[in-house]
Design a protein around this ligand. Structure first.
Ligand SMILES: [Fe+2]
Ligand SMILES: [Fe+2]
Length: 154
């Protein structure tokens, strides 16, 4: 399914995250401790500057929307993985190959889960459908609204 505009920026950042995870895994498995340490320190910085804001955006907009739609299992899995990734990224401030490998593998799995399952569920439930950028069909619940209901303004 084509990504909804409300999710496109997050999807673009996922692409960068997958690239970082690929590099992290390669460095972790290289057998070169210095290279793994350098990459781990880089990952810790990128996490703080780019991924933490990405997580917060998901947690402040997307997850409350999905929780309200009843997708509690998906929400809990996302939060649990965010928590583990945060712990691993904090540990990478003193980087080692094993932590870098675990972080890289979990990040890859997390991004795939969000792209294949979480974002698909968000689109199915009409996430972002009330934004001006929306090209998505009107969500089913909108049909049940009283005809006199005013359109939301942002
Ligand atoms: Fe996430
Ligand atoms: Fe994400």
């Amino acid at each position: 399914m084509k990504r909804h505009p409300a999710l496109q920026d997050l999807s673009r950042e996922h692409y960068d995250a997958l690239k970082l995870a690929r590099d992290g895994k390669a460095a972790a498995l290289s057998g070169d401790a210095a290279a793994a340490a350098a990459c781990g320190a880089h990952v810790a910085r990128v996490f703080e500057n780019e991924m933490e804001p990405h997580f917060r955006e998901e947690e402040s907009e997307l997850l409350p929307f999905l929780a309200a739609a009843g997708e509690n299992e998906l929400v809990w899995r996302t939060l649990a993985e965010h928590a583990e990734l945060r712990t691993l990224a904090a540990a990478l401030r003193q980087p080692d190959a094993a932590t870098l490998l675990r972080f890289s593998e979990l990040l890859t799995a997390h991004v795939r889960f969000e792209e294949r399952t979480l974002f698909e569920a968000a689109q199915t439930h009409g996430f972002g459908a009330d934004t001006a950028l929306s090209a998505a069909p009107v969500p089913a619940y909108a049909a049940a609204m009283p005809p006199a209901a005013p359109a939301p303004h942002r």
